[in-house]
Design a protein around this ligand. Structure first.
Ligand code: ADP
Length: 619
């Protein structure tokens, strides 16, 4: 990632600029072809329209000051107004069509991003660099950069090029006039070229100031966004209120925003001198052009109408050239944002490299083996697991015990391929699990982690983890985990919404109820492996007893892995793995482990037994 950061800040070569530009254009086309075609036509039309009145008004003026033929004058007025009207009508239609499709395009882009996020390796989602890259891209997209900046600049660029072509072609006749001296023509061309060059210089400087400003503020923007979302967040709202944190958060936000506005002022101050320079130059040129044209008019070389036409064309030409320069500069700056955008989309997903199908064995003889597995979480240096070696048979009941932070959950996360081991390998029937098709391997596990999440969908959809579900099966799973009483009290049964995000009638549920729903979800999936990580932590004693009592029935023929720090609840498992400081220190049946009085299991067992005995004695 350090390497990635270096590439991120590296100046791009023209070849790279072009590659990124074309990739962006290709992506825009793939997102919405019609929208882009509309944008191009709108740009072309928008830049042609101003030339209609310029051209015909000049003709009209000459007619008024010349032959004064009524039909000709009516024709020019008709063309000036009528043609402009028709073209404007077409432009309005294109604008409305384009805007109507804009939402669609935004949604397509957001889906593309969400799909990338969902398809990404889980370990990447918590990688700090990836998270920052994503936050940065979102911030840049909200500020109008990336893909949408590309399409805006593309539209502008096409418009400016059209404008340049039209202005230049309408100016050709001026340079053909013999009556205008070569010096006047050269003076005019030099003035235009000088103004263009200085315009390029000023735009380049402004663009540099803008890019530097953004680089300076990127962290602050991300931070400020985080502060804002903290204050608006329903989940953090309780703690913020209880511990009076609003003011501190607000202060933090104010500080970042004050600094941001200070930087804005500084940027604007730096930019203003270049804008003034451009305005002064353009007006000087305008003055010069008028002088040349008036002189030509006095000699009778150009008509009054043509003077107006040429001045308007030169001004449009200058505007278009500086607009084009600015569009190119901004496209180049935007390429740096696009590079980050594509870097995110290009993050590889090594999880999906396997292709083997998980073997369906009739004899149910499956073995899982951890072979010298060590693991470090992303962005950390300490090993959460160290040289873990264990082999267990599928179909049995395995308990995983140990103190907090000893590595139990990490062990399960590796087994479920949420992460790949840093060292060593995990085998299913002798085959490295990385070789299996990822989705198929994942479908083998039903897991309830401690920090499981429910969604603001209906109860049935939460249990089935799908939009459509088998109602009877959902009710059966809920009943098996002791949720039947609560279900019958729900206003719309399994169709009741959880929480109030999507429905006014949504219900709030307690931590214990949520845990039961999560258990029911694991049962509904009906996968060969049932993994429960502290499944009863939020349950009341009666519900907890029920889960223990029914554990064998709940897990049925499946392999059940049960993580708990309540050792009494692990006695009914066939074997127990004891973790301590990231290592497996013991493995065996309860009887065997408890007999080892010098072992960790005995120490944990004894500590808990004393606690219960002490309690019992006191009562
Ligand atoms: P247990 O389940 O036994 O309580 P864990 O497996 O959750 O323990 O954690 C083992 C170690 O890994 C702990 O030191 C913990 O701080 C660390 N750890 C857990 N999750 C992460 C994570 N996502 N990123 C970094 N470190 C983590």
């Amino acid at each position: 990632m350090k390497e990635k950061k270096e590439t991120e800040n590296k100046t791009m070569k023209p070849k790279e600029h072009l590659a990124i530009f074309f990739r962006g254009v290709k992506m825009l086309f793939s997102l919405s072809r019609v929208y882009i075609v509309c944008t191009i036509f709108k740009a072309l039309l928008g830049s042609v329209i101003p030339y209609v009145p310029i051209y015909f008004s000049a003709k009209l003026l000459d007619e008024i000051l010349g032959s004064v033929r009524t039909e000709q004058m009516v024709l020019y007025v008709g063309l000036t107004v009528g043609l402009a009207f028709l073209l404007n009508l077409l432009l309005t239609w294109l604008t409305v069509t384009k805007e109507a499709m804009e939402e669609e395009l935004y949604r397509e882009r957001d889906w593309m991003f969400s799909e990338k996020g969902m398809g990404m390796e889980y370990s990447c989602t918590e990688n700090r660099d990836v998270a920052f890259l994503l936050a940065r891209i979102q911030e840049e997209s909200n500020s109008g950069y990336n893909l949408f900046f590309l399409y805006h600049s593309l539209g502008l660029g096409i418009g400016h090029i059209t404008s340049i072509v039209f202005s230049a072609s309408m100016m050709v006749s001026f340079f053909m006039l013999d009556a205008v001296s070569i010096y006047a023509k050269l003076g005019m061309v030099s003035g235009i070229v000088l103004t263009i060059l200085l315009g390029i210089f000023a735009t380049a400087q402004e663009s540099k100031i803008h890019v530097a400003f953004y680089h300076k503020n990127v962290n602050m923007n991300v931070l400020s966004g985080k502060y804002r979302s903290l204050l608006a967040n329903y989940a953090t709202g309780v703690d913020i209120r209880l511990y009076g944190m609003e003011k501190k958060i607000e202060k933090g936000r104010e500080k970042t925003e004050e600094e941001y506005y200070r930087n804005c002022m500084e940027r604007d101050k730096k930019c203003v001198r270049f804008s003034v320079l451009c305005v002064v130059l353009q007006h000087l040129l305008k003055f010069g052009v008028y002088m040349v044209l008036i002189e030509a008019a006095l000699c009778g070389a150009v008509s009054v109408g043509s003077i107006a036409k040429y001045v308007a064309c030169i001004m449009l030409l200058l505007g278009a050239v500086s607009g084009l320069v600015s569009a190119v500069q901004r496209l180049c700056s935007n390429n740096y944002y696009l590079r980050r955008f594509f870097a995110y989309l290009d993050i590889p997903n090594r999880m999906y490299q396997g292709s083997l199908t998980v073997e369906k064995r009739l004899d149910n003889e499956y073995y899982v083996e951890f072979r010298d597995v060590s693991f470090c979480y992303p962005n950390t240096e300490n090993y959460a697991l160290r040289h873990v070696n264990v082999k267990f048979k599928v179909g049995g009941k395995l308990a995983v015990v140990g103190m907090n932070g000893s590595g139990k959950t990490t062990f399960i996360k590796l087994l479920c391929r949420l992460y790949d081991p840093t060292e060593g390998e995990i085998l299913l029937n002798g085959v490295n699990i990385r070789k299996y098709d990822y989705d198929e391997y994942m479908s083998v596990f039903s897991v309830v982690f401690q920090d499981f999440q429910l969604f603001s969908f209906t109860l049935g959809q939460n249990v089935a983890a799908a939009k459509e579900y088998d109602e009877a099966r959902v009710a059966e799973c809920l009943s098996r985990v002791g949720f039947d009483g609560r279900l019958s009290a729900m206003p719309a049964g399994t169709q009741t919404y959880l929480y109030k995000d999507y429905s006014r009638e949504g219900v709030e549920i307690s931590g214990g109820e949520a845990q039961k729903i999560a258990l029911a979800r694991a049962l509904y999936k009906d996968a060969p492996f049932l993994v429960l990580d502290e499944p009863t932590a939020a349950l009341d004693p009666v519900a907890e007893y029920e889960v223990y009592r029914k554990f064998s029935e709940l897990s049925g023929e499946r392999t059940a892995i049960y993580i708990s720090h309540r050792l009494a609840s692990c006695r009914f498992c066939d074997s127990i793995v004891v973790f301590d400081k990231g290592r497996i220190v013991q493995y065996g049946s309860h009887e065997k482990l408890v007999a080892d009085t010098g072992g960790k299991y005995y120490e944990l067992w004894n500590a808990q037994a004393q606690y219960y005995v002490g309690k019992a004695e006191k009562t």
